[in-house]
Design a protein around this ligand. Sequence first.
Ligand code: SAM
Length: 333
Amino acid sequence: MSAPNAPSPERVLQLITGGWAAAALGSAARHGVFAALESGGDAAEGVAQKTGISVRGAQAVLDAMTGFGLIRLAGGKYTNTPEASAFLVPGKPSYLGAMAEVMTDGLAEWAKLPAAVKTGAPTTANTTDMADNPFWHALVPAIAALSYPIAQAASERLGIAKAGPVSWLDVGGGSGVWSAVWLDANRQARGVQIDWPGVNRIARGFVGGFGVADRFSAIDGDFHLTDFGSSKYDFAIYAHIAHQEAPSDNVALFRKVRRALKPGGTLVVNDFILDDDRTGHPFAMLFASQMVLATRNGLTWRKADYRGWLAEAGFTSIDLVPTPSPSTLVFAS
Ligand SMILES: C[S@@+](CC[C@H](N)C(=O)[O-])C[C@H]1O[C@@H](n2cnc3c(N)ncnc32)[C@H](O)[C@@H]1O
């Protein structure tokens, strides 16, 4: 028996098995377990039959998901909770199952974190500075669900819907989710993104899904080396890029963006940003480890870092706005 008020090992045990939890969720998503339950409850045998997996495997992931509270068990039948319906059934913009799959695939890389932590250098050959890294092809559609509500929030704040025939440059636009959301809100606008050719191909398909691809274009290339032009755009977007870059590269890119903006134009940054004492949302705090694994110089940067870099690049109005997610929006003009 432990002494009264003794610390409980529960949280540490949950963390120790965190990789198992991610893999169980990724397996349920990969095999369509939540999709199989969306139209009605079923037993493990029925789920196995609908998804083409073994009964033994179905039982194991159903047990795990029920333990997490994502699936309910009543009268021998499993059903999705509202949380599972909202985020783990494919076909909705909020779908996070693809991200669960990508994270499960990345667990072997995370097993090398002790070595990366020791040296401070990435353990993967596929670092974020590798041209057209195939990792992005899987990641960018998977994280679109994270960016979707943030792009909507930024659109509302900037009044994109009523801004008339405006244009923007999305640096490292990935799936094209920001352009898709903004072009959907404003039928006169035009969106341009710079990214690697393989990613831009994915973006054209993604943006096409919103029926707005005719006003979307993509520039293939390395955004460090590509000229962004001068006084061309009303807005620029720099979402989930700063964390992979060294401070000096963020300043250089912010300078190029500022030059590309028309006078009075606004840069929107979105990222996992810590408070100046390096505390903040637990996901943002964990994210620094991902940067140590996969980048040479990236990290989770602090509010003061962004303010300093943007001021150095010539922006005079800098507004940091929290969101309901782990990421923060920065509006700079
Ligand atoms: C984490 S994703 C962010 C995607 C999108 N901005 C979002 O917030 O959903 C990073 C994107 O930057 C692109 N990228 C990274 N380094 C790049 C570089 N040097 N040149 C062009 N694109 C790059 C990747 O291909 C990927 O699409």
